[in-house]
Design a protein around this ligand. Sequence first.
Ligand code: ADP
Ligand code: BMX
Ligand code: ZN
Length: 291
Amino acid sequence: MTTLAIDIGGTKLAAALIDAQHSVLEKKTVPTPASKTPVTLTEALSALVAPFEGQALRVAVASTGIIRHGVLTALNPDNLGGLAQFPLTETLVRLTGLPCLAVNDAQAAAWAEYHALPADASDMVFITVSTGVGGGIICNGKLLRGKEGLAGHIGHMLADPHGPRCGCGRTGCVEAIASGRGIAALATDDLHGMTARAIFALSQNGHPQAMSLIHQSARTVAQLIADMKAGYDCQYAVLGGSVGLAPGYLALIEAYLAQEPAVYHAKILAAHYQHDAGLLGAALLAEENAL
Ligand code: ADP
Ligand code: BMX
Ligand code: ZN
């Protein structure tokens, strides 16, 4: 059965058809609207799904934010402000006339990536380093979603009590230091106003401040992996997102994690499904829920 999968991120929206063999048949990507109001998001989703009309039997959404009973609420309003209680599944049912399941983007990606691990793997954390830092926890072969959908929001665990204020209201979250938005917000002087993508490219050319920002991000994610290992003995940490998948970033995390005692080490892998992990995971969950 073909699924129309949608990925809503802080920077881009993607839609694709996923067939019964879980292949991504067609994919369209557009920027997330700059003004993140319910009206602009609904319009963007309407334009995104229109070319797929009549080609799928269900809709599966992986979205940034806390997803509770199909309703989207930003944990970090800086990433998706204005969306306090957005009726995500209701909107897509209305736009497509199809049944719809919605899940947090990193939770969805974790589920897809778990299926790509060796059969003996039972405990894995997925970390997306993208607009924000998202997480999905697989514990004993099960995806943790939490009673209120908050499970896995490990980007909002404490990295530095003296660190920058996070849009979620806490101070010093991993996300405020390591995410694409965090990297850009911490940039000063000639890097002020640049995107994380541009800063990353400069870091590869040896720009001192750019290198320091990217190293700080990677060191923070390495510490997060060590914390997760201490928390529930995860065997694997799988990395996704455009910062997480950028060339050389994973190797930096490995180097910083190697500086910690061996008991805190986990095997670090790049997402097998790369930027499609969220789309595929949402489609798998919709299928398993017999949608
Ligand atoms: P989303 O958060 O919408 O899922 P991405 O995973 O693409 O989207 O993450 C967006 C962030 O990644 C932005 O901060 C952007 O500047 C940064 N980024 C995009 N491409 C690259 C790249 N090639 N290298 C490093 N950072 C990148
Ligand atoms: C934020 C939070 C998470 C999300 C993560 C990665 C919001 C809007 N989102 O921590 O729910 O999983 O960002 O999201 O509060 P992305 O947009 O970077 O993929
Ligand atoms: Zn936070």
